[in-house]
Design a protein around this ligand. Structure first.
Ligand SMILES: [Mn+2]
Length: 414
């Protein structure tokens, strides 16, 4: 636990039990109950608005023992009911569900502990069980749970061997924690949920940790990138960011009236929004395919640096080293994977499958190479549908590709 900051605020809570002997409150952010004594009402009321710790101690000094007041503050900070006031907006807008079982042997964590940890972890997993922005098949709301279910749980060991490539890697899997899922509200719009995604992404990036997002439909990526850029700016990191996008679709509608027709934030528009808002300077799209109506092939010259499309056939045929060589070096990338980049034979449980995609082996290989050879600032994997069960080969392929990538990303950052 870090030194307690001077300005504090209580996270939103409801009182569950209030008697002369007992006070039980439920904190909204983690949906968790806290057993207190009625004396704590003084603290809860005082810090409903952000207030100074010293100011509180001074004001109450006449009526209460200072050591007891300090112990009370320490206790509330320790359990995470009192949080640094800088997080007041985040605390008021988010609610998390804890992960049932974190993937890959990661530790379980929570957003409040993360924000206050002395040493933030290298990476955090956050699930976004939302599919309110799909235009065709839905079901991606079960993605986070299904990916976690299909992800192997690794023992903490110092080395991990990749039998396919013969590589032996240092394992830094312990450097990541799983914060659980950011809960959507019933019927919540993509704009509303997106603003909360952005707040979480900004807070994670401001601490210097990498966010690994489990979708959810592809609408989650725009706010993830926006928040990442905000958090990076807060740390003084350079604004240049490439977008590395694996998908069967370009998610980049060319028609100017597209937003009027479908709304701005859908799972099929995020790339256009990222480009229009200047959030990325380079765009590399991998695995796109299929016939679409229109006279534009989705290539854009509006990006400052470059727009490169490596279609599905090329992505399947290129030598891995040659593939990575086509991705400009010297800038960090945000990596987003729509699982429909895979052929429906490997990933049938997704909203908008397109024949002629990559094999799961190919995706795993390419992500491993990218993680090894390029700097990644954030990662997400979207559009996995289907139940959490052994038969969900879409989720199994997603988890496998993600793990091959993460084990190398964490080795770089470790
Ligand atoms: Mn997509």
């Amino acid at each position: 636990m870090a030194a307690i900051p001077d300005r504090l605020v209580i996270q939103p809570y409801t009182v569950e039990v209030e008697t002369a002997e007992s006070l039980v409150v439920r904190g909204v952010v983690l949906d968790r109950s806290y057993q207190l004594t009625p004396d704590f009402l003084l603290f809860l009321k005082y810090f409903e608005q952000p207030a100074g710790r010293e100011e509180f101690l001074r004001e109450q000094a006449g009526s209460y023992d200072r050591a007891e007041l300090e112990a009370g503050l320490d206790h509330l900070c320790g359990v995470g009911l009192l949080v640094p006031a800088q997080h007041v907006d985040l605390m008021r807008s988010v609610q998390f569900a804890p992960p049932l079982a974190p993937p890959f042997g990661f530790e379980k964590g929570d957003i409040i502990g993360f924000l206050q940890a002395e040493q933030p972890p290298a990476a955090v997993v956050v699930g976004f069980p939302y599919d309110g922005a799909t235009t065709a098949g839905s079901g991606a709301r079960s993605g986070p749970e299904s990916i976690r279910y299909c992800a192997p749980v690794r023992p903490a060991s110092e080395r991990i061997a990749d039998l396919a490539s013969g590589e032996v890697l240092n394992s830094f899997l312990g450097a990541a924690i799983d914060l659980g899922d950011l809960r959507p509200r019933p019927g919540e719009s993509a704009e509303s949920y997106g603003s909360r995604i952005e707040a979480v992404a900004a807070a994670v990036a401001a601490r210097g940790s990498m966010l690994i997002g489990l979708g959810g439909d592809h609408s989650i990526t725009y706010p993830l990138i926006k928040g990442l850029q905000r958090g990076r700016a807060e740390r003084g990191a350079p604004g240049e960011l490439g977008l590395l996008h694996f998908d069967a679709h370009t998610d980049f509608p060319q028609a100017d009236n597209f937003h009027q027709l479908h709304g701005r934030h859908t799972h099929g528009t995020f790339v256009r929004n990222v480009v229009d808002d200047g959030l990325a300077t380079a765009l590399i799209q991998v695995g796109v395919r299929g016939l679409v109506p229109g006279s534009e092939a989705g290539r854009s010259s509006r990006l400052a640096r470059s727009h490169l499309v490596i279609g599905a056939h090329e992505a399947a045929a290129l030598d891995c080293a040659a593939f990575v060589g086509r991705i400009p070096a010297g800038l960090p990338y945000y990596l987003t994977v729509d699982i429909d980049v895979l052929d429906p034979a490997f990933a049938p449980d997704t909203g908008t499958p397109v024949p002629g995609g990559l094999s799961s082996q190919r995706l795993t290989e390419l992500l491993g190479w990218i993680a090894q050879e390029r700097e990644l600032a954030g990662i997400d994997l979207t559009e996995v549908a289907g139940s959490p069960c052994r038969a969900n080969r879409t989720a199994a392929a997603a988890a496998d590709a993600l793990e091959h990538c993460l084990v190398r990303v964490l080795a770089r950052r470790g």
